[in-house]
Design a protein around this ligand. Structure first.
Ligand code: PLP
Length: 374
């Protein structure tokens, strides 16, 4: 059996950025402002600048980043929030944590992002049933690609719903040159180490355009603080980003644009090498993906994975079981007609090694392994 290539390679990135990151960390240790130090605000301003729109508020992780706007808007019991089921737990979990009900919506078969038709049908069904009040939509920019905001945003607006872009995997992605915040009310980010822009621990951020919302989320982030330190205006969280993480992320953000292009090159070589042997990722017109994952679809997936493993190629399945099948989520409504696309995709998707430092040799090994399966 061949030696195994890395699925992602944080060590290679670490050696590329070692001097910068070490200096940034030492500076924080020397200054000793571990909580909300100057690097935190600097990161927030650079995150908004890089996105080219809105203001950024950092927080403890990408899950809280979605919870913060829900709490700030007062979304809670009796409210419905429309989410995909083909996503990481956080997207629906925060809705339940806020006290509201997730309503699961199907995805598009080519992009795995929220289906506008399924969303429309789900909103209508919830309104007709009359038990829950539709309040918000959380679209996920899965695997790094922006959802179809030009179609989703008018549907949300028409129904008077807030629109969140769960951009945990896709910060830095664009559609027609713009971040998803150009269409959404809020864009949320995760800095979990394996995300395209990852720290060395947990972290997150939420971007928005509305100043009043920003101020409320800022209060929620630190225990619902009011005008002065020990006055509380609302129930909040302890969801600050560590100064150390902000310093590390600033160093990584300085090369992040280049890294997206490095990932794009890997995706281009994969596409050229795979031909039509497997179903390769479909990127919508005008979109730049961050390539958080390179996800193909295959028949006989277990055999396919075993074949890849024999060739030293690791693979992963995002996501093997849609959220609406898990016990804690099984009681919540799904869109009319169910979620057939989600359920089929969960059985067929397979994510391949993808990171900015991938060598030509490793890329060729993946191509050889994928195309030699029969
Ligand atoms: C990773 C991820 C999150 C949660 O981020 P954490 O920082 O781990 O809390 C939320 N949504 C999606 C789609 C994710 O991939």
């Amino acid at each position: 059996m061949a030696d195994t290539i890395p699925f992602i390679d944080l060590a290679a990135q670490r050696s590329r950025l070692k001097d910068r990151i070490d200096a940034a960390v030492m500076k924080v240790l020397d200054e000793g402002r571990y909580i909300l130090g100057p690097e935190v605000e600097e990161l927030e301003s650079q995150l908004a600048e890089f996105a080219g729109i809105g203001r950024a508020l950092s927080c403890a992780n990408g899950t809280d980043a979605i919870l913060l706007p829900l709490m700030a808007w007062g979304i809670g019991p009796g409210d419905a929030v429309f989410v995909p089921s083909f996503t990481f737990a956080s997207t629906a979990e925060v809705v339940v944590l806020a006290g509201a009900s997730p309503v699961f919506v199907d995805v598009d078969p080519n992009t795995y992002n929220m289906s506008p038709t399924s969303l429309e049908a789900a909103i209508k069904a919830v309104k007709d049933a009359g038990e829950l009040t539709p309040r918000a939509v959380i679209a996920v920019d899965l695997f790094g690609q922006p959802a179809n905001y030009p179609s989703l945003a008018p549907i949300a607006r028409e129904a008077d719903l807030k629109l969140i872009s769960d951009c945990a995997q896709a910060y830095g992605s664009t559609l027609d040159g713009q971040a998803s915040l150009a269409w959404a009310d809020v864009l949320t980010v995760s800095f979990y180490p394996a995300k395209p822009l990852g720290g060395y621990g947990d972290g997150g951020a939420v971007l928005c355009k509305d100043e009043a919302l920003y101020d409320t989320m800022r209060s929620v982030r630190v225990h619902g603080e009011g005008a002065t330190r020990y006055e509380y205006a609302r129930i909040g969280l302890n969801s600050r980003l560590d100064t150390l993480q902000a310093a590390i992320l600033l160093a990584k953000l300085s090369v992040f644009g280049d890294e997206i292009q490095m990932r794009q090159k890997v995706a281009d070589r994969y596409r050229a090498g795979f031909g039509n042997v497997v179903k390769i990722p479909h990127v919508i017109e005008g979109a730049q993906s961050t390539w958080a994952q390179y996800t193909i679809e295959v028949d006989r997936r277990d055999d396919f994975r075993a074949h890849l493993a024999e060739h030293g190629v690791p693979s992963a399945i995002y996501y093997p079981i849609p959220l609406h099948f898990h016990a804690p989520y099984a009681k919540y409504p799904v869109a009319p007609g169910g979620l057939p696309v989600t359920e089929a995709a969960a059985e067929r998707v397979l994510s391949l090694p993808m990171h900015p430092d991938m060598s030509a040799t490793d890329i060729d090994r993946v191509i050889e392994a994928v195309t030699s399966f029969n």
